[in-house]
Design a protein around this ligand. Structure first.
Ligand code: SAM
Length: 225
């Protein structure tokens, strides 16, 4: 994969993997900490997974925005980015314009996912990226409000599995193997395919992950009593 494009090169007709490679090589700072431009991008392997697997016309949603938004635009997705910082949206739009990528299929919802997602129309999705706030319980809320919308066969990407919240969501979905298939285990990211509609089960006894932990705690208590 070539990464030596000049910054101003028009990548509009180039495949998404080249746009991802270009971003990774040029390292633009698309995020904001107050007035300061910073770079909080996803790991390279996750960005490359998106570029290789999301295809034109897919309905996609991410919490947060940045390199992933630009790459999803390059994939030709009908993409929604839910994140609260308008300056980051402008930086993404500027980068798309600079690369000659059309943004008519890109929509920003400028609000925290915790309030925006429950109010959205439950339109179907083919791909969801959970990469907004990593504080408890945000990744779980992001999953909870988007999992029912994901089409069977669609994918959810859980980022930052090295953090406790991401690790817990990953662990839960691994335990739910009747409903989710782990299809990619990347450096700090896990990708799951949705297998059926029964993904948000209100009964904890029907969730192997939760039931298993309780059982182990009981055994430990009995052992040390
Ligand atoms: C790790 S960065 C996302 C990186 C991005 N996926 C990329 O590859 O460049 C986290 C993002 O979450 C956004 N964010 C912070 N709080 C949020 C919230 N409550 N809801 C949604 N997004 C939030 C931040 O503004 C930032 O854009």
């Amino acid at each position: 994969m070539s990464v030596d494009h000049p910054v101003t090169m028009n990548l509009a007709e180039r495949p998404a993997p080249e746009v991802a490679a270009h971003l990774l090589a040029t390292r633009p700072s698309l995020h904001r900490a107050g007035e300061k431009a910073i770079n909080l991008r996803i790991q390279a392997d996750a960005l490359q997974w998106i570029a290789a697997n999301v295809t034109s016309g897919m309905r996609t949603l991410e919490t947060g925005c940045g390199y992933t938004s630009v790459t999803l635009v390059a994939c030709g997705a009908h993409h929604t980015a839910v994140s609260p910082i308008a300056g980051e949206h402008q930086a993404v739009l500027d980068k798309c314009n600079e690369l000659g990528l059309l943004t008519d299929q890109l929509k920003f919802v400028c609000e925290g996912s915790e309030t925006a997602l429950p109010r959205q129309d439950p339109t179907p999705l083919d791909f969801v990226l959970v990469d907004g706030s990593h504080a408890f319980p945000w990744p779980f809320l992001d999953w909870f409000y988007t999992a029912p919308r994901l089409a069977i066969g669609g994918h959810v990407m859980v980022d930052d599995t090295h953090l406790r919240t991401g690790a817990t969501l990953r662990s839960f979905l691994v335990g739910e193997s009747a409903h989710w298939e782990l299809v990619a285990e990347l450096k700090r990211t896990a990708v799951f395919r949705k297998l059926d509609e029964d993904v948000v089960n209100p009964s904890w006894t029907g969730q192997p992950w939760g039931a298993r932990v309780i059982k182990r705690r009981w055994l430990r208590r009995l052992w040390w009593r």
